[in-house]
Write a protein that binds this ligand. Sequence first.
Ligand SMILES: Nc1ncnc2c1ncn2[C@@H]1O[C@H](COP(=O)(O)OP(=O)(O)OP(=O)(O)O)[C@@H](O)[C@H]1O
Length: 300
Amino acid sequence: MESVGISKVLLIVNPVAGKRRSRSGLFDIVEQLCHYGCTATVQTTGGRGDATATVRRLAPEYDMVICCGGDGTLSEVVTGLIQSGADIPIGYVPAGSTNDMANNLKLPRRIREAAQTVLTGSAAGHDVGLFDGGRYFSYVASFGAFTKVSYATPQWLKNRFGHFAYILDGIRSVGDLRPYRAKVEAEGEGSFEGEYLFGSVTNSTSIAGVIKLRENEVSLHDGKFEVLLVRNPKNPDDLRRILYGVTHRKYDETHVRFFHTDHITFQFDEDIAWTLDGEYAPGGRRSEIRVLPSAVKIIR
Ligand SMILES: Nc1ncnc2c1ncn2[C@@H]1O[C@H](COP(=O)(O)OP(=O)(O)OP(=O)(O)O)[C@@H](O)[C@H]1O
């Protein structure tokens, strides 16, 4: 970790994140910036892609970029910063609805305290995923059952499920659960194949607030991401073991495979839709993910 000396700040605010929580918190952030003697340029986002474009264009002129929004906005800021080539830290003031990244980074939930942390904390390296050589993601790339439910479902429904078991059961009941056959090749794990309901490559202890990994299994800057592959159940007993494995974090290789890697490729029988940090990302039959170690610095 290195301590942060800042004066010029680029503040990106998503005005609709987290039921507009960022709006009411904006004054607290500005007050903290003044208190610590910083000058700030405030840019609000108007829609998807705005935060990336603004950061890519302006970051080289600033000492720090502060992001006030949810996981989606932070993901965009990370992408914009990498594309800009600027070597400045990111400060994150979480104001979203799910806030997986705030949990990972152990940031305060109150906007005022989070802003203070940004201005007094230390910058630490943060690994970023590179998907098919062109797109970046901060904490999750996933395909299959869970992907569709977690990101296509309205927030109120997500909150009510709150548990992977119910999601699997829920999809099953509406007949939307289907396996994807994949050949997988991963650094340190070799080659194998199978039929999977769900797969994720993550740098996070929590995915969409639903799947949880143990904190001692996840490092945000070890140069490795965690891979979770959930097998297609062949019978009710299989389903029971899968649910148990995922909810109790017991991975037995047969039903739920879990490992760490810095490079993985998937070869499917068909074109596959992925989501990257909650955004839809169409993929082909082959997808490759590499970890870019400490590609950005985030203040904690
Ligand atoms: N002015 C705007 N109007 C409408 N949508 C916007 C605007 N600015 C950004 N967006 C979009 O808002 C979406 C949600 O942003 P974000 O993920 O940061 O918040 P959230 O969904 O409330 O939080 P979380 O992802 O933590 O649940 C993103 O897809 C982004 O593109």
